[in-house]
Each structure stands twice: as structure tokens, then as C-alpha cells.
Design a protein around this ligand. Structure first.
Ligand code: C2O
Length: 517
């Protein structure tokens, strides 16, 4: 294993990835698109970040990294660290003991839709499929806004948006550009790593004339499973093996289709269907895909619930703790829109929740210490935790848990187009008496889609002492409070975790009172 070090000066730069509008984006060392972070399993990753934005706090989350023993390197502001103010620096330093496809993104207020997000790849020469492919490509899919996130968020949360309609993107990017080409050789197998790095909109993905095999979801290897169409919600990842054809006289469209169900209005200028190229031959025609589907409802994607993890880890035993959460959107407080878990809209605390664990001694097992507005749940070390989420809302929500993957042991039926199976009546809550048989080897992932008006049931073991954010990854919904903090093994945290000095200095500079533990 080696140490991989990056020195990042984060500043505003101008970019125009869709060719339609110049805008300010968050650049690293004067450049955007941002660098893809690449490490091998077992490496230490060190990122020295200087906040040169001048007018904005920032921080970086390493989405999907378990941060076992390094909870303070996780990145979300006021959960595990203080926001890094302009002119300040922070060092992220942790060992990567996992494989697969991840990403990094800003995690302070709303900031990653301003372009501060990119792939993080953990290479694994020992993977069971490593000898099955010759080359690999990473593909990011992302919605794109021409306006700064801050202003969009203000409008979204304002009195002038009583229906809670989310800001409509202006474009959809593929590797931070449009109409790109992946040059391929005939008769060759490629590993494609797909990541939705957007803020809001899930996307369907397929390649004309080709099917492929899924081998990874969110860092978890799966039994190779044939599929034609994927539905990739915000923050989700898939690795697929794609074998090319023998002939090189045709180029094939790589088609992405935005999930129109998420959009309250669809402006005529917005292209929901985009064509990129699996390019066998530069000289052959590149014919824009003829998309038969009128809307994304006509596409029938692969259902991730049916995947089997390659390690065949069995269903976890009956839970020690059950967390019941119900999602409600667009409940007005004084005319403003908020999102709720049960009856609580997440509001960030005055001191990062992790610091409250470390300074509260014996009281740390009492959720009240963290403030009810953070929606805190406290687990004991090695508890089996079951999370039941019911959706009182008519939209789907991609939920992400930091520091873990979880088993998805039940979910309301239907996926993609059939997601809407419960939309014609009242929400259908999870009823345990109807569901006694769970999959024997359930799929695990770190971001899962909760169906409209439906439910899902997740299980994980609280074996990673830390404060872990659990939230809807639609950035607009996070900003309206659809979040909770899971406080896992507080006593073990007090024994094992010491906040690094530079992180304490960041707190001093941002005016957060904390002296250390
Ligand atoms: Cu990508 Cu809080 O997450």
C-alpha cells in the first residue's frame, strides 16, 4: 500500500459544460472538471484542501467510504466537522479499506451542485472479474443548473414556492460535457463505472444494441447479472461489464433519459434524452438515438432489489433496535416548505454532533444531548439496526447512510415505471405481518430509492463507532431538512476518536466553540 497525496486549492472558475451558458463553478487548482481521485485498496488518501472561494464555507465528503476509526474525516459540516471558512485549510487523511466506485462532493450547506463533485475510484486487481475486462471507463451523469445553488435554494425554500417544486435543471451532463464518445475496440470487454453525481434527477441508462452485466453496486460486488437498462438515482453507482461487437461499421448511442416523474414542469428547451457514443469507428456515422419512449415511464429498468452480493453475506439476524421514519414533504411552516422525518425537520446544531458525543461524557447515550432538531438515534456497539421508512410523499427519494452499506431487505413493489403503483390511493405503509420472508442474501448498497407512497426496510450492524448522517441525497431535500443523525457506539467513540488539531483550528476560525476531548 502507498500514500496518495493531493494538494487542492479550491477557487471559483468559469465553465460552460453544456455550451449554453458560462457560469462560476468550484474548481480545483484552477481547473474544472475536477480530478478523478484514484487509489488502490489499502492506500492512505491524503487531501490537503485550501478554501480559496473567498465567499463560501466548504468541506468534502468521501461518499461511500466507511471511515472506520476516522469518523472526523467524513466531511459533512456540523455532523462530523466544522465548515471550513474562506482562507482556511483542512487535511483529510484516511486509509481506504474497501473496493469499488465512489465519489467525493462538497458537504456544507448546498454546494456540490456548483460543480464540487467528482468520481473516486478504488482499484482492485484481486476482484473476481478483474481478468474479464481489458480496459475501464468512468462515466458520471449529472443534472446541471445555469444558476448558483445558493440562489436556487433560496427560491426553493421561499414563500414564492408553496408547492415545494424543486428547481428544474437546465441540462444533463455526461462526464461533465455533452455528446461525448467512448472509443472502443471490437470484441473486447470493458468495465464501465457509472455514477450519478447530480443534485436531483435520477437517470435511465442504456446502450443501443448491447446488454451488459452488473458486477458492482455502491462498492459491493454482485453476482454478474445481465441487464439492458439501469435506473441510477442521485449518488448511486453501478459497475458493468460490456463486451463489444465484432463489426466496426456502426457506432451505437449511449442513451441517458432523465426521470421525468421528478420534474414538476418540463421546459421545452430541456433535453431529457441525451445521446453519447460507443464509438467503434470515428469515420462511421454517429446517428442520434431514436428514442421510442415518449417519457421515461416507457422504460423498464433493472430492479436492484433482485441483485445478489458476490460474498453472499446472509440476512442479518432480527434487529436489536428498530428505527421508524416517515417522510413528509411540503409541510408548510409560516408558508415555507420543509421536509420532515416523522415530525422533525433537520436543523443543524451549533456544535458538530460528533463533538457533542466526545464532550458529553456519560450523557452521550442520551439522544437529547444532540438536540431533537437533528433527529438523533443512538445505537449501542454492534446492535443490529433495522430502519423502516414509509413514504408519505408522492415522489421517490434516494436515501444514503454515511459510514455503512445496509441490506435492503424489503421494498414496496415496483421499480422505475411501476414505481407509481401506489400513487392512485393513500400511501401504503409497511406492515410487518405481511412480510415474514426476507431475501436470504439481500443486496447491500449505500444509497437506495424509496418508492413514492411506498416503503422500504434496511438492516445494518452498528459496528462502526461514529456519527453518521442519514439523508435524502436530493440536495434540495437535504436543504429542506430530510435528514437524521445516527449516533453509533458513543462510548467507543469517546475511547477511540481524537479530533485532529487542524480540524479544531477550523472550528476556531469558523467560530464554533470546542476545546477537544
Ligand atoms: Cu453523498 Cu451526505 O452524502
Amino acid at each position: 500500500a502507498k500514500t496518495v497525496t493531493y494538494d487542492w486549492n479550491v477557487t471559483w472558475v468559469t465553465a460552460n459544460p453544456d455550451g449554453l451558458a458560462d457560469r462560476q463553478v468550484v474548481g480545483i487548482n484552477g481547473k474544472w472538471p475536477l480530478p478523478v481521485v484514484e487509489v488502490d485498496r489499502g492506500d492512505r488518501l491524503v487531501v490537503n484542501m485550501y478554501n480559496g472561494l473567498g465567499d463560501k464555507n466548504t468541506s468534502i465528503h468521501w461518499h461511500g467510504m466507511y471511515q472506520n476509526g476516522t469518523n472526523y474525516m467524513d466531511g459533512p459540516s456540523m455532523v462530523t466537522q466544522c465548515p471550513v471558512p474562506p482562507g482556511a485549510s483542512i487535511t483529510y487523511n484516511f486509509t481506504v479499506n474497501q473496493n469499488g466506485t465512489y465519489w467525493y462532493h462538497c458537504h456544507t450547506d448546498s454546494c456540490y451542485p456548483d460543480g464540487y463533485r467528482q468520481a473516486l475510484i478504488v482499484h482492485d486487481t484481486d476482484s473476481f472479474f478483474h481478468d474479464d475486462y481489458e480496459e475501464e471507463f468512468t462515466i458520471t451523469l449529472s443534472d446541471w443548473y445555469h444558476h448558483m445553488t445558493e440562489g436556487l435554494k433560496e427560491q426553493f425554500l421561499s414563500l414564492y414556492n408553496p408547492t415545494g417544486a424543486e428547481p428544474i435543471p437546465d441540462a444533463f451532463l455526461f462526464n461533465d460535457t455533452m455528446n461525448s464518445s467512448l472509443p472502443v475496440k471490437p470484441n473486447t470487454t470493458y468495465l464501465l463505472r457509472l455514477i450519478n453525481t447530480g443534485a436531483f434527477v435520477a437517470q435511465y441508462f442504456y446502450i443501443e444494441g448491447h446488454s451488459f452485466k452488473i458486477v458492482e453496486v455502491d462498492g459491493v460486488y454482485t453476482e454478474p447479472t445481465e441487464a439492458d437498462i439501469l435506473y441510477i438515482a442521485i449518488a448511486q453507482r453501478y459497475s458493468i461489464l460490456l463486451t463489444t461487437k465484432n463489426e466496426t461499421d456502426t457506432n451505437y448511442a449511449i442513451v441517458t433519459v432523465a426521470d421525468s416523474d421528478l420534474l414538476d414542469t418540463i421546459p421545452e428547451t430541456l433535453q431529457l434524452n441525451n445521446t453519447n457514443w460507443l464509438e467503434y469507428n470515428k469515420a462511421a456515422p454517429h446517428n442520434k438515438a431514436v428514442i421510442q419512449a415518449q417519457t421515461s415511464d416507457d422504460l423498464d429498468p433493472f430492479d436492484d432489489f433482485t441483485l445478489i452480493p458476490h460474498d453472499r453475506m446472509p440476512l442479518l439476524p432480527e434487529p436489536d433496535v428498530v428505527v421508524n421514519l416517515t417522510v413528509y414533504m411540503n409541510n408548510l411552516i409560516n408558508g415555507f416548505n420543509y421536509a420532515f422525518f416523522n415530525n422533525i425537520t433537520y436543523t443543524r446544531p451549533k456544535v458538530p454532533s460528533l463533538f457533542s458525543v466526545l464532550s458529553s461524557g456519560d450523557l452521550s447515550t442520551n439522544p437529547m444531548v444532540y438536540g431533537t432538531n437533528t433527529n438523533p438515534f443512538v445505537f449501542e456497539h454492534n446492535d443490529v439496526v433495522q430502519v423502516i421508512i414509509n413514504n408519505g410523499d408522492t415522489g421517490s427519494h434516494p436515501f444514503h447512510l454515511h459510514g455503512h452499506n445496509f441490506q435492503v431487505i424489503n421494498r414496496a413493489p415496483g421499480y422505475g415505471p411501476n414505481f407509481n403503483s401506489y400513487l392512485n390511493g393513500d400511501p401504503v405503509p409497511y406492515d410487518p405481518s405481511n412480510h415474514t420472508a426476507f431475501p436470504k442474501t439481500p443486496i447491500r448498497r449505500d444509497t437506495v430509492v424509496l418508492p413514492p407512497q411506498g416503503y422500504m426496510v434496511l438492516r445494518f450492524v452498528a459496528d462502526n463507532p461514529g456519527v453518521w448522517f442519514f439523508h435524502c441525497h436530493i440536495d434540495w431535500h437535504l436543504s429542506s431538512g430530510l435528514a437524521s443523525v445516527f449516533i453509533e457506539a458513543p462510548t467507543q467513540m469517546q475511547e477511540r476518536l481524537t479530533i485532529p488539531a487542524d480540524h479544531l483550528e477550523v472550528c476556531r476560525l469558523s467560530g464554533v466553540p470546542f476545546e477537544g476531548n
